[in-house]
Write a protein that binds this ligand. Structure first.
Ligand SMILES: CC(C)(COP(=O)(O)OP(=O)(O)OC[C@H]1O[C@@H](n2cnc3c(N)ncnc32)[C@H](O)[C@@H]1OP(=O)(O)O)[C@@H](O)C(=O)NCCC(=O)NCCS
Length: 215
């Protein structure tokens, strides 16, 4: 089995029938891991599909293979790519990575100025996020939108979160900040330009010394 066996696409109304199956798998996977999740109803998931704010992976035979959706917080200043789930039949093929790449691109297209963040206990997700350029941050750098934090109420670790006054919990917070990324690109460009100028000066100095020797 390879990634070529799957279609990874923006979900739409024609995928709404998969919503219950997706939610059931989200719940049973969380139970198996003994970790918490922000529980979502099939209606909520189907609505994300209708809004074009979700990525779905389907096996060529039509079997549901993976899913993730976009949520916006703080009036669109923050975006989270949430609810990542891969059908256990199709794990370790690279689907999570491909789905996360697709939802990242979709988030950047729809919300180019938003900070993209995630909260996770999963090593696989931390790895994928790091590859996308996310950086670990404290919870204070995430959205302070109460509605986002309400999602943690259905998590088994909610008591820990409240006892720590929402400063930290079992999840690692990761953030991709477009302003920081632009600064990093500008810095790199500056260094490249500086090196190019330096090389140009060395080249000119060599040319001049060659001229001096010749004449
Ligand atoms: C976590 C999950 C999404 C990974 O899906 P997947 O399609 O098997 O992941 P991929 O094949 O794309 O693997 C991506 C990377 O993570 C690693 N990885 C995958 N599963 C892993 C695991 N359970 N533990 C540690 N690393 C893992 C892979 O080796 C790969 O690393 P590499 O690029 O260095 O080779 C899937 O196991 C799942 O749906 N789990 C239940 C729900 C869940 O945990 N969701 C995340 C909530 S934040």
């Amino acid at each position: 089995m390879t990634l070529q066996d799957f279609d990874i696409i923006v979900a739409s109304e024609k995928h709404a029938d998969y919503a219950t199956q997706i939610c059931d798998e989200m719940a049973s996977s969380a139970k198996a891991r003994g970790t918490g999740i922000a529980q979502r109803s099939p209606e909520y998931v189907a609505n994300k599909m209708l809004e074009g704010k979700a990525i779905i992976a389907l096996h060529k035979d039509g079997t549901w293979a993976g899913f993730v959706y976009i949520e916006t917080w703080s009036h669109g200043d923050f975006v989270a790519n949430s609810g990542l789930i891969v059908n256990p039949e199709f794990r370790k093929v690279g689907l999570a990575k491909a789905i996360k790449n697709a939802v990242f691109e979709l988030s950047r297209t729809k919300y180019p100025n938003a900070k993209i963040f995630g909260l996770t206990t999963g090593l696989a997700v931390m790895k994928i996020n790091s590859e996308l350029g996310y950086e670990p941050v404290t919870y204070s750098e995430l959205t302070q939108d109460e509605d986002f934090w309400k999602g943690c109420r259905s998590c088994v670790n909610y008591d820990i979160l409240t006892s720590k006054e929402r400063k930290n919990c079992m999840c690692t917070a990761m953030l991709w900040d477009p302003v920081d990324k632009q600064k990093q690109i500008d810095e790199k460009m500056k260094k490249i330009t500086h090196k190019a100028t330096l090389l140009e000066r060395i080249e000119n100095a060599i040319k001049n010394s060659v001229k001096t020797i010749t004449f």
